[in-house]
Design a protein. Structure first.
Length: 334
């Protein structure tokens, strides 16, 4: 297989470090003028802009080599994002690869409801994209922050071996109707098992107050995130921009620390799939089904007995730590 050579400015997820702002419509970001965009970004401490480059298999003319070059000339990092639809996964992968060839420092895959239950399509997309950009080019996933609310979404494909190196959950607290603290607790509890660096995506749309925006920044730092980003440029008002660029005192530790999800008999979800991939790697099960049936219960009990734990048959924090010490077994989805 022949890989196209694409210059990579940073390895892995490091390209997403610092503060980022998403651009849905370039024309609504300082009139689409790259020099004015860069000036505003610098004024408020934005280091990376993430611009929409494709929707499904449709190219977005707003993302171009010229735009990338002009923003980079001002010292900004420029990433592309693609709204994935999943109907033509290989063609959609070609659109993402084109954005990389235009000079994008990374590509972020925006996959949402359309990909629920579409494991084979997600795998076809990731394989084609990796074949085009190579194994080390920085890819991210942005999707639902509450993994347990979306049990058929293929997180394990997008964030598994050969997938994205970093995870950008859409932690829109005001939209979901929870506090900033609560969304960090839930999002980190359910996303951490995929073992990808988490870069929280916060909201400046729906006019959140300045205190909430600053709290989001402080909690991200307290949870160990090396970068945050915001949706989106065109929605941010003056008070949100000011809150993004203001200094703040670190928290030290968050009030509520993230735990691990608990899985038990009868559950069906992507996190069951992820646990089964690790159980298979350990030689404790043969098939990955996504159903926490009697075979999975027996496998978990055996793992617990082997490690001096109470054989409850449930996957709790202690079991997750044992599972995640192993590499996940590959799955070929059809």
């Amino acid at each position: 297989m022949l890989w196209l050579l694409i210059a990579t400015p940073s390895a892995g997820a490091a390209v997403f470090d610092g503060d980022g702002m998403w651009v849905w419509q370039v024309s609504l970001a300082q009139g689409g003028n790259p020099d004015r965009m860069a000036a505003k970004a610098k004024r408020y401490g934005i280091e990376t802009v993430i611009v929409k480059a494709a929707d499904g298999r449709t190219r977005m003319p707003q993302f171009s080599s010229l735009l990338v070059a002009r923003l980079k000339a001002h010292g900004l990092r420029v990433c592309a994002y693609q709204r994935l639809r999943g109907r033509f996964p290989r063609t959609e992968a070609e659109r993402a690869a084109e954005a990389a060839r235009m000079g994008a420092d990374c590509v972020v895959i925006d996959a949402e409801s359309e990909l629920k239950g579409r494991y084979a399509q997600a795998q076809a997309y990731m394989r084609r994209l990796r074949a085009r950009v190579g194994p080390d080019y920085p890819l991210g996933l942005t999707s639902f922050p509450y993994v347990h609310y979306h049990p058929t979404f293929p997180y394990s494909v997008f964030l598994g071996p050969g997938g994205a190196q970093f995870n950008v959950p859409q932690m829109y607290w005001k939209t979901i109707g929870v506090s900033v603290d609560r969304i960090f607790q839930i999002a980190y509890t359910y996303n951490r098992v995929y073992e990808r660096p988490i870069y929280p995506l916060g909201q400046v749309y729906l006019n959140p107050n300045s205190a909430q925006v600053r709290r989001f920044r402080r909690l991200a730092l307290a949870h160990g995130a090396s970068g945050v980003s915001w949706w989106s440029w065109q929605h941010a008002r003056g008070r949100q921009w000011t809150a993004l660029g203001s200094a703040f005192e670190p928290l030290g530790r968050p009030r509520v620390t993230a735990g691990f999800p608990v899985l038990k008999s009868g559950y069906r979800s992507d996190q069951v799939i992820w646990a089964q991939q690790h159980l298979k790697s350990l030689g404790l099960i043969r098939r990955v089904t996504g159903r926490f049936g009697s075979g999975t219960v027996s496998a978990v009990r055996l793992l617990q007995l082997q490690n001096g734990l109470l054989p409850s048959g449930r996957i709790d924090a202690a079991v997750w730590r044992l599972l995640l010490a192993a590499e996940p077994a590959p799955v070929r989805w059809r």
